[in-house]
Design a protein around this ligand. Sequence first.
Ligand code: KMH
Ligand code: ZN
Length: 285
Amino acid sequence: MDPLIITVAAVGAEVMPHQTPHLPVTPETLGETAERCRAAGASIIHVHCRNDDGSNTSDPERFAAAYDAIRERTDIIVQFTTGGAIGMTGAERAAPLRLRPEMATLTCGTVNFGDDIFENGFPLMREILAEIDRNGVVPELEIFDAGHLANAKRLAAEGLLRFPQHVDFVLGVPGAMEATVRNLCFLVDALPAGCTWSVAGVGRDQLPLGAVAIAMGGHVRVGLEDNIYYAKGRLARNDELVARVARVAEELGRPVASPDEARRLLRVPPLQVGVSATGKRPVTL
Ligand code: KMH
Ligand code: ZN
């Protein structure tokens, strides 16, 4: 099996600072979180940005500050969200892509999302994908429901995507596909040949589905975006969630990937040391 890629989805858009003191809402705290999670075994950080008050933003300036804060401290792969927050327009969600992050997500279909609707119609997916392509960003396909894989295949048939791709199954969002092992196996079986995949279980399903993915040869996403608890009634830090997955992997005999190993597996170009994301500050790793 390939070494295990652990992604930390450190902040997301839905969890608010009043729910946990461990949410990294500033570029500075995102940088610190990235460094700690890298030391614990993460090779990708999935980035959403917040204003200082915790509200969501798609402001490229804020993403640039976050990118620099992360890159000043660590060689972890930086993956921007293009899902953003419910209610953002396609243009807002795509705006940070002009910073040319190494990776970015693409949610592959509309889905119920709690009481809301997370809108990802084909015109919007095409718009975001074009921007991903224009900026030379490596996509990660977010699959919340079975139909999303069919949508990704349709985008490929249109020539907008080329398989194999890296795919993340987000299971357990209320309104979307449930976080069961059976569902995970079904989705993995439906993947085009050569795809790599990870699973992000929501809430209490994060750890069990992660353990299953380790055993199956998949990869794992953890973090406060999907789950704020380490155990019932005990709030988690991002690096603790990463460290626990790394420990399970070690027990199961699966080595953990470094960021450079993850780049190789995911066809992400090697890290260019020396220039920050915005080109403003030198990077010293
Ligand atoms: N915040 C959700 C509405 C992504 O980052 O690509 C969407 C999301 C997906 O978090
Ligand atoms: Zn996200």
